[in-house]
Design a protein around this ligand. Structure first.
Ligand SMILES: [Zn+2]
Length: 375
């Protein structure tokens, strides 16, 4: 029996594994920070054995509430991921599973590999609608790419979508894949109509280094990128610095930033109501956006979410808050669950890549609902 994690986004610490019924693990913290929640490892040689895998430091992880009612995911072929029985007793997280094959992977959520990211970029540029722009390098030397979709004609609205500032929130890049699948489909009438009015600027992965290192929340320097937007630096947060520069050069009329939430079993949005520059126009845009999404996708809801910020008390280092005020525009953080959508639960898959993709495809509807009112 053997456990390994030396692959793209792999992450685990093995304390001991005397036998299948007593596998003791620790969730590894991010490569240069204390955040710990993401795990992804391979177990070999345990086919037919009742495995009990205990994560002994679960209560010390970044989001212990994320383990309540949580089910881990597993896959034999890394294509098809399914949920496995998992319990949290307040201290230790335990996966109990009998693998059918001798090689199986377990993860916090369905991974989105760097390889798939590169294929996504490659496939996107094969569309005549899409151009790939290189914004610069990450600290580990990976490319930070921006996809420009549609003609950049004067007077067109500029719609930005970014994902995976927090690299372990892989659902965010699945979401982007869904949005791109529609935007690049020349037979999709809604996408065509939107591209008559707007150009889309998409950063599918804001944190390539953290993604490859198997981090939950930080980049190679241990920086939480979504706390850097007020003062990014090329030393600590080049990803934010480079994207923010591109935004200032191009302009922003609507900004969406895709994330995953560890604790809440719902899809929801968080707006900029706590910003000093918040106004009635932005509030009306937020409400139109939400109302349209509610109509078009029952996986989206507006009952459960974060507590609303009080006016003037927003954390202005977050991307959506910073961008909303800098450009006086509609800006939303989109949150998807690690667990499941409790309104439409699926015991086999929970919330997963495919459902995130479909939610991402449906976001064209709320964008269309506000596109004529953005300015
Ligand atoms: Zn996040």
């Amino acid at each position: 029996m053997k456990i390994s994690s030396c692959f793209d986004a792999g992450s685990i610490v093995v304390d001991s594994m005397e036998h299948a019924g007593d596998i003791r693990l620790q969730v590894r913290h991010d490569s240069n920070s204390e955040f710990a929640q993401w795990f992804y490892f391979r177990l070999q040689g345990a086919a037919g054995q009742a495995c009990q895998m205990r994560f002994l430091n679960a209560a010390q992880c970044a989001y212990p509430k994320g383990w309540v009612d949580y089910q881990a995911v597993a896959s034999y072929d890394r294509q098809h991921w399914f949920r496995v029985p998992t319990q949290f007793d307040g201290q230790v997280l335990t996966i109990q599973h009998t693998p059918e094959e001798d090689s199986i992977y377990y993860a916090y959520f369905e991974p989105y590999s760097w390889e798939r990211h590169l294929q996504l970029i490659g496939q996107a540029q094969s569309s005549p609608r899409c151009k790939v722009r290189d914004l610069g390098n990450t600290l580990d030397g990976r490319d930070l790419n921006l996809l420009v979709i549609g003609d950049e004609a004067p007077g067109k609205r500029k719609v930005w979508l970014t994902a995976r500032q927090h690299p372990g929130e892989t659902m965010a890049e699945w979401f982007v894949e869904g949005t791109l699948s529609r935007l690049l489909d020349e037979q999709d009438a809604l996408a065509g109509a939107l591209l008559d009015k707007a150009t889309f600027y998409v950063v599918p992965n804001m944190n390539p280094d953290g993604s490859c290192r198997g981090n939950l929340r930080t980049n190679a320097a241990g920086t939480n990128l979504n706390r850097e937007w007020a003062n990014p630096t090329m030393e600590k947060s080049p990803e934010v610095w480079l994207v923010r520069e591109a935004m200032r050069e191009i302009g922003v009329d609507l900004y969406l930033d895709a994330h995953g939430d560890e604790a809440l079993p719902y899809n929801f949005v968080a707006g900029s109501e706590g910003n000093p520059g918040y106004n009635a126009r932005r509030e009306a845009l937020e409400n139109s956006f939400k109302a349209a999404w509610l109509v078009h996708n029952p996986d989206f809801q507006d009952t459960y979410g974060y507590e609303r910020d009080h006016f003037g008390e927003a954390n202005m280092t977050l991307s959506t808050n910073h961008i909303a005020d800098y450009f006086d525009c509609l800006a939303y953080t989109i949150e998807m669950p690690f667990k499941d959508n409790a309104n439409r639960p699926n015991a086999l898959y929970g919330w997963n890549g495919e459902r995130s993709k479909q939610l991402g495809a449906s976001v064209l509807h709320p964008i269309a609902a506000v596109i004529d009112q953005l300015r």
